[in-house]
Write a protein that binds this ligand. Structure first.
Ligand code: SF4
Length: 239
């Protein structure tokens, strides 16, 4: 069957449905539009201009990216099952919802998140927030990604916990690297300032700076950005 595409294969072996299409339809149903004023911890470390575009000019997520996210979710589900089966913990809660409401004289918004796993150790009673991330190549993970630190820091601010743990799992072989994250008020304040900044730009229809394009360490991510052409046009117009 080598070098034959699915269509040819179907020609020789008549089938009634295409599993790939079923997966894509299912993943399309899972995608949801975003509302200004409702923000997400997983986004705040990303390029603010990209987040801005995703609220005001949403585009469907690329199907291959949706399939990769789905694989990552499987890794998370497996990790949650493993934690629940362990005798180390007196409590394991997965997908624990978190809601942070922010109000000041000029604005209000809500941050919605989900803690991957919240565990309490049996021996010490320590409460630990676990955020799992699936990666393509674990050997490249030598330190936690600042985006992920921001995400878990918000959870640490919202839930009583002794510390957080970022767990990276290799999608190929489930090799693991884990990093402890302690609550830091300065980092938390910076994150909330970013949310306020995003909120301000969205509510006033002001395009935020092209953060990644002007950051030598992050500009490589621009080539995967769905808003690349809009952003480059805006830069050309000095926006
Ligand atoms: S192209 Fe780069 S700078 Fe522009 S919105 Fe996308 S990630 Fe941000």
């Amino acid at each position: 069957m080598e070098n034959k595409n699915l269509h040819e294969y179907q020609g020789e072996n008549i089938v009634d449905f295409d599993v790939g299409e079923i997966i894509d339809e299912y993943l399309d149903e899972e995608s949801r539009p975003k509302t200004v004023g409702a923000y997400y911890p997983s986004e705040i470390g990303m390029c603010m201009r990209r987040s801005y575009y995703s609220y005001l000019y949403p585009k469907p997520t690329d199907r291959s990216a949706l399939r990769i996210f789905a694989l990552g979710n499987n890794v998370h589900a497996f990790l949650a099952e493993a934690l629940k089966s362990s005798s180390e913990f007196s409590l394991v809660e997965d997908e624990k919802p978190v809601k942070i409401v922010y109000n000041d004289a000029s604005t209000s918004f809500t941050i919605y998140g989900r803690i991957d796993d919240y565990v309490v150790t049996k021996s010490t009673g320590k409460k630990i927030i676990i955020e799992a991330k699936s990666v393509g190549e674990i050997s490249k993970i030598n330190e936690p990604d600042p985006k992920h630190v921001m995400q878990i820091m918000l959870y640490l601010s919202a839930e009583q916990a002794d510390y957080g743990m970022l767990v990276y799992a290799d999608k190929k072989n489930l090799a693991i690297r884990q990093f402890r994250v302690d609550y830091d008020d300065i980092v938390y304040t910076k994150i909330m300032t970013r949310f306020k900044d995003l909120d301000y730009h969205l509510k006033n229809s002001k395009l935020p700076p092209a953060e990644y394009y002007f950051d030598a360490k992050k500009v490589w991510e621009c080539k995967y950005c769905p808003y690349f052409s809009e952003c480059m046009q805006a830069i050309a117009n000095n926006d």
